[in-house]
Design a protein around this ligand. Structure first.
Ligand SMILES: OC[C@H]1O[C@H](O)[C@H](O)[C@@H]1O
Length: 335
């Protein structure tokens, strides 16, 4: 089971110069109210920057989509409105095999939307209007589904959510009672910069896995080197998975019995043309967790996750077609 913000992504391709005309920080997510989002869209219209894609997004939902597409049986706890965007959002998830519940639909609510600005280097910069997701609480969580889950995956963006923070302990406790391991993503550098307290609240004493990128790992741990940051994350988890773009990924793991630390380097496959990095980390996490649930080694989990992410960044949008995940898994795991 995962919990996160439900957002429909609206992608736009633009130049760095055009992005600089906005108040967004390149490579970061900025929260906005509806007026701010409308202002941004009005600016795009004036500058003749056309929308290139509408897609179901939301970090943890992208993760569950990858997990389901590979053959897993995920459940997504979120909060959408009973509007057309909410219906579009849930349909997308259901078609891919991600279950949700009625508890996620808020009558009269407006489904959240994320404007994803993709620059020519493929970097994604996001402006998020949370809509009804800004009021997500434990009431939107199906605890029976959690009781049947092996994992609870918590999206880092929820560190910024005032409404869900009081329920973090309950979520962690329920996961513990039912033997579900916890994985936390850091989601975006802005989360670590502005909501570190919220992240610490998610992590509690310790979790099984942390997923983040190198910038987030360094910001969180105050370390300058990625490897040192990955090691330092082991104070908060048993396995830290740190992606570092073209430089590869680092997995730091503390063994159960001896507390001995293992470090694995995973190479990133060569990518000729990076088109859109939106969702790369989410897909990495979903693929990694699926492979882990199938008892693959950490090295194999990392290799498969890197291959899937490499594919994600060579197309627009935060998700591949479902069949693509299976094809990649068959190629990588049988090699
Ligand atoms: O991680 C990428 C996702 O973050 C935001 O939540 C967007 O919806 C996007 O799909």
């Amino acid at each position: 089971m995962a919990i996160g913000n439900a957002l429909v992504d609206h992608e736009y391709v633009l130049s760095d110069a055009a992005l600089e005309e906005t108040d967004l920080t390149k490579g970061n997510m900025t929260l906005a109210d509806i007026e701010e989002q409308q202002q941004l869209l009005a600016y795009f219209k004036l500058a003749e920057i056309e929308p290139s894609k509408q897609a179901g997004g939301g970090s943890a939902a992208n993760t569950m989509y990858a997990f389901a597409s590979l053959g897993g049986k995920p459940f997504y706890a979120c909060r959408v409105g009973d509007d057309s965007q909410g219906a579009f959002y849930l349909k997308d998830l259901h078609e891919a095999g991600v279950a949700t519940s009625e508890k996620s639909i808020h009558t009269g609510g407006v489904t959240g939307s994320c404007v994803v600005a993709v620059t020519e280097d493929g970097e994604r910069t996001m402006q998020t209007y949370l809509g009804t997701s800004s009021d997500i609480t434990a009431d939107n969580v199906n605890f029976e589904a959690l009781a049947q889950s092996d994992w609870l995956y918590i999206e880092g963006y929820l560190a910024m959510s005032e409404s869900i923070q009081p329920s973090m302990t309950q979520l962690r406790q329920q996961a513990g009672i039912h033997g579900a391991k916890i994985a936390v993503s850091f989601a975006d550098p802005a989360v670590v910069k502005f909501a570190k307290e919220g992240l610490l609240n998610m992590l509690g004493n310790t979790v099984a896995v942390i997923f983040c990128n190198s910038e987030e790992a360094k910001l969180f741990t105050d370390k300058k080197q990625v490897k040192a940051a990955a090691r330092a994350l082991l104070d908060y988890c048993q396995t830290a998975v740190v992606t570092d773009g073209a430089n590869g990924a680092i997995i730091a793991h503390k063994s159960d019995n001896t507390s001995e630390i293992e470090i694995y380097d995973i190479a990133t496959p060569a990518v000729a043309n990076v088109i859109d990095t939106n969702g790369a980390g989410d897909n990495y996490a979903g693929t990694f967790l699926y492979a882990l649930s199938q008892q693959y080694s950490l090295l194999e989990c990392g290799r498969l996750a890197s291959e899937v992410s490499a594919q994600v960044i060579q197309q627009f949008g935060p998700r591949l077609a479902s069949q693509d995940y299976k094809d990649i898994a068959q190629r990588v795991l049988s090699a």
